[in-house]
Ligand binder design. Structure first.
Ligand SMILES: Cc1ncc(COP(=O)(O)O)c(C=O)c1O
Length: 391
């Protein structure tokens, strides 16, 4: 079946209340991580059917909800889970914030490899814990884990938790088995629990595969929590439906207790059925959306090499978020992003919020029509030219 990802959908409509499109008429938002595509038709049908019922009282977890995750990960990622080890959560971030509270004490360190998804900082800081950054090494335009630094920070007795982003937002990297095995080993040996946030795991280039952290070794499996969801994959973030997978019984109990105490373990009237429909019917749609996003990536790659060679696109295999090195144009991504938005209406994310060496980067969301991507590139070119002219 051919899905029409070129279709122009008006997300500015009041009915939609879109966070991404809450901007001026002449602006083009390519920032927050959601897509401008309609989701899987059977998911839309599930929502329509449920909405038509007219009653929206409390929901319970239906039979088959956990099995739908188990089947998807077994079939597509060679990862075997026991359904009893999955817990519903209203989102990855509500779950992560809850786990920061239930698995660490106030003033302890939570380790992250930076630059990384900015909301991790809030989950840590808002709960009175300390952010411990292990900055990734950036050599010849590529990132690597700084294992010496990671080990030093894990061995600090104040460090009790690490939040790993797998694949990694914003750099778009798929961590390989060796890297994950080493991280798992270090964490286990230093009594640091690992939360692996795998929300972007399906959004990989055609032919590429991510590696589930808990799959790489017994140490990883017994000492980790995996966050999973259909939200990024199928453009369902607003439905607030996610899951955490915890195999270790003691850890499972602590996480379950925390999620319940924090009241983030119960889904709304749409949350369970929507996830089940996405995992049951979403494969063909996903295959095509990957091809489409990859095509958009090629458009950007070609455009930058032809018209903006002073920018360096980090060439990576996952996510629809492109991480662009702007250090030859500006030493402040924040300045540059503001300037571009004001001058051209293109709204992209400034890298400072992700920590690490983020001040040298812009993050650009290309999960939109190719027409918008071209428009975004033309605006970027104009913005950079104007910025360079006034320097
Ligand atoms: C790595 C990562 N984790 C979590 C989230 C948000 O998850 P949720 O909406 O389920 O809280 C995002 C959204 O961009 C993300 O990029």
């Amino acid at each position: 079946m051919g899905f029409d990802f070129d279709k122009v959908i008006n997300r500015r409509e009041e009915l939609v209340d879109s966070l991404k499109w809450d901007c001026k008429e002449n602006e083009l938002p390519m920032w927050v991580a959601d897509m401008d595509f309609e989701t899987v038709p059977q998911v839309q049908e599930t929502i329509r059917k449920r909405a038509a019922h007219g009653t929206y009282g409390y929901a319970i977890e239906p039979d088959g909800w956990a099995d739908s995750y188990v089947k998807w990960w077994r079939d597509h990622h060679n990862f075997n889970m026991n359904p009893r080890d999955l817990i519903f959560a209203t989102g990855a971030i509500p779950a992560i914030s809850s786990m920061v509270r239930s698995l660490t004490n106030v003033a302890e360190n939570v380790l992250i490899m930076t630059p990384v998804y900015n909301i991790f900082y809030y989950s840590i800081l808002n709960n009175g814990r300390k952010v411990l950054e292990s900055k990734m090494e950036y050599v010849d335009g590529e990132y690597q884990v700084d294992f010496l630094d990671l080990e030093k920070k894990m061995s600090n007795p104040q460090t009790s938790l690490m939040i790993l982003c797998n694949p990694h937002n914003p750099i778009g990297h798929i961590w390989d088995e060796d890297t994950l095995t080493k991280i798992a080993e270090l964490a286990y040996d230093n009594d640091v629990v690992v939360i692996s946030d795998e929300l972007h795991c399906e959004l990989v280039d055609p032919g590429k595969e991510y590696v589930p952290f808990a799959r790489v070794s017994d140490k990883a499996r017994s000492n980790s929590i995996t966050c999973m969801a259909p939200s990024k994959t199928f453009n369902l973030a607003g439905i607030q439906s996610a899951a955490v997978y915890v195999e270790n019984r003691k850890l499972h109990q602590r996480v379950w207790r925390g999620l319940n105490t924090d009241e983030v373990a119960e889904g709304n009237a749409f949350a369970y059925e929507v996830a089940m429909a996405a995992f049951e019917y979403g494969w063909d749609w996903l295959t095509e959306v990957r091809d489409y996003i990859y095509k958009n990536k090629q458009i950007v790659t070609d455009y930058l090499s032809k018209y903006l060679p002073q920018l360096h696109l980090i060439s990576e295999d996952a996510t629809y978020l492109l991480w662009v090195d702007i250090s030859r144009v500006s030493d402040s991504a924040r300045d540059l992003a503001r300037f571009i938005r004001k001058g051209t209406g293109l709204w992209v994310s400034a890298g400072e919020v992700y920590g690490g060496n983020g001040e040298h980067f812009l993050r650009i969301n290309i999960a939109t029509t190719s027409e918008n991507v071209m428009d975004g590139m033309d605006r970027l070119k104009r913005g950079i030219e104007m910025y360079e002219a006034q320097k």
